[in-house]
Design a protein around this ligand. Structure first.
Ligand code: FCB
Length: 437
């Protein structure tokens, strides 16, 4: 492996609902994922995040795993309904206490706490009032950012406002595959705008409470047209605008791109200035490129997603394409030039059907190959002049993978859910050695 700068940030990521469990302790309110997971047929294995990895009780053990890994940072998310059970009003001390203990434990282990404020677990009471379709949710989000940073702002080393607002809009509100399960197709645009507005308002709230850098974590996927026809290229451009530019152009001061669904009547005077508040880091979550071709006659979408041939595939059936990460990083640099802040890859990883062998060891050579390829792609992008300053593996632990329940394992650490026993996989040792070097 080639050398990285000495101050490069190596980390791992998780999110609250996927690992914490303990969904009814200390006054925590229900979130849209508690509700959604209980609806028959939503989650492939019928499971919920009620227990997940029981991290709320086992955070000290998990912090020891981070210390053993030697990472310089840990990206976790804060559960909004633990802090404000109904998404408004006074913060719950007990909810904040949990993250306070976690943060202090991380600092004692020389691991920088990187906190995401919203990783999709909206308080159900806010959803009942319209959720992200309701402009008021943006203001509620900024209030939540304020009360949270009032307690943790002195110790969290990087604040991330939103996780993957594109996925929350498209899978949660466009297609109904994620909570809250709405099927609005392109009428979901207000969810994009109000998340971005909430982000901008939260940046201002955070700046008032902390000197730590502020970021957003977007999901990106370089788009590959299926063929050379004008129709395929136009479809690819439409998908690219939606997935890769809708949540980045306005952040970097360019306003909304010409993407399907963009509705200027939702945007009020001054909103774009709020959204374009400078950020210190752009978080990039990357898993795979997307193949696109022109839609069939009569399709409600201006594109069709098609499988990409010629790549190995993960257990999620996602293509393993490290070249896509390099391509994406160069594309961001070419697209945004000097307006592009330093990038940290805030998620990169893969699911495989990892299981302990007869000796209890979990060997995951495919994950090692995956990570090796993606880390090299980052190195090449840095060599080509892209300012990348960090790389976080998704995920520390096997965990509750949204609509896929417990069926997809992304961890460097295997979790046996019935016993909650943690077993570091061979990729854990590989990543530890990489970080050490
Ligand atoms: C990302 C999510 C994360 C996890 C990975 C596999 O889209 O941010 O929570 O589900 O995918």
């Amino acid at each position: 492996m080639p050398d990285f700068p000495a101050d490069f940030r190596w980390g791992v990521s998780t999110s609250a609902y996927q690992i914490e469990g303990a969904t009814t302790v200390d006054g925590r309110g229900p979130s849209i994922w508690d509700t959604f997971a209980r609806e028959p047929g939503r989650i492939v294995d019928g499971s919920t995040g009620d227990e997940a990895c029981d991290h709320h009780h086992r955070y000290a053990e998990d912090t020891a795993l981070l210390a053993g890994l030697g990472v310089s940072a840990y990206r976790f998310s804060i559960s909004w309904p633990r802090i404000q059970p109904t998404g408004a009003g006074q913060a719950l001390t007990a909810g904040l206490d949990f993250y306070d203990r976690l943060v202090d434990g991380l600092l004692a282990a020389s691991v920088d706490p990187v906190a995401t404020l919203f990783h999709w677990d909206l308080p159900q009471a806010l959803e009942d009032a319209g959720g992200w379709l309701n402009r008021d949710t943006a203001a509620r989000f900024a209030e939540y950012a304020d009360v949270t940073a009032a307690r943790l702002g002195d110790r969290v080393k990087l604040w991330i406002t939103l996780n993957e607002p594109f996925i929350h809009m498209s899978l949660g509100h466009g297609m109904g595959v994620h909570a809250p399960g709405r099927v609005l197709l392109f009428d979901a645009f207000p969810v994009a705008h109000h998340q971005l507005l909430g982000h901008g308002l939260a940046v201002a709230a955070l700046r008032a409470r902390t000197a730590s850098p502020v970021a957003i974590a977007n999901n990106y996927s370089p788009v590959r047209p299926a063929g050379d026809s004008d129709a395929d290229r136009a479809a690819a451009a439409a998908y690219d605008a939606l997935h890769n530019r809708l949540f980045t152009d306005p952040l970097l001061g360019l306003g909304y791109p010409d993407a399907p669904g963009v509705d200027p009547t939702v945007v009020r005077d001054g909103d774009l200035d709020v959204i374009a508040a400078p950020i210190d880091v752009l978080g990039v979550n990357y898993y795979n490129p997307t193949g696109i071709r022109a839609p069939e006659e009569g399709s409600p979408l201006p594109f069709e997603i098609v499988p990409l041939d010629g790549y190995p595939r993960t257990a999620f059936d996602w293509p393993v394409a490290p070249d896509g990460l390099r391509e994406l990083l160069l594309q961001l640099r070419d697209r945004y030039g000097d307006a592009l802040p330093p990038i940290q890859v805030t998620e990169s990883g893969c699911a495989y059907d990892d299981a302990p062998d007869a000796d209890g060891r979990v060997d995951d050579p495919e994950r090692i190959a995956y990570l090796d390829g993606h880390v090299r792609a980052v190195h090449e992008a840095i060599g080509a002049g892209v300012p990348v300053t960090g790389y976080f593996v998704w995920s520390l632990l096997d965990n509750w993978e949204w609509a896929e329940g417990f069926t997809k394992r992304f961890g460097l650490v295997h979790v046996d859910y019935p016993t909650q026993r943690r077993t570091p996989k061979s990729s854990y040792a590989w990543f530890r050695d990489l970080v050490r070097r």
